[in-house]
Write a protein that binds this ligand. Structure first.
Ligand SMILES: [Zn+2]
Length: 66
C-alpha cells in the first residue's frame, strides 16, 4: 500500500495493531505500528529500510549497466 509519492500510507488503519505493543521486526523495541504485511515495526524503521532498498536497487542498476 503506497501513497501518492511512493511512501507508505501510514494513515491506513491496518498499520495500527489495535494498541498492542509488539517488538519491532527491525530494532526489536516495542512498536504499535504495523507494516504492509501486518508485522510490528516503527514507521521510522520501515522508512529507513525502504530507503536503503531503493538505494541498493539504484546501485544495482548502475553496476549492471557497466
Ligand atoms: Zn523499530
Amino acid at each position: 500500500m503506497t501513497g501518492p509519492h511512493g511512501s507508505l500510507n501510514w494513515r491506513n488503519a491496518a498499520h495500527w495493531g489495535g494498541g498492542r505493543h509488539l517488538p519491532c521486526i527491525h530494532c526489536r523495541r516495542g512498536a504499535f505500528c504495523r507494516d504492509d504485511h501486518g508485522r510490528p515495526c516503527h514507521k521510522t524503521c520501515a522508512e529507513a529500510v525502504s530507503a536503503s532498498r531503493a538505494e541498493q536497487a539504484a546501485h544495482d542498476l548502475t553496476e549492471g549497466a557497466a
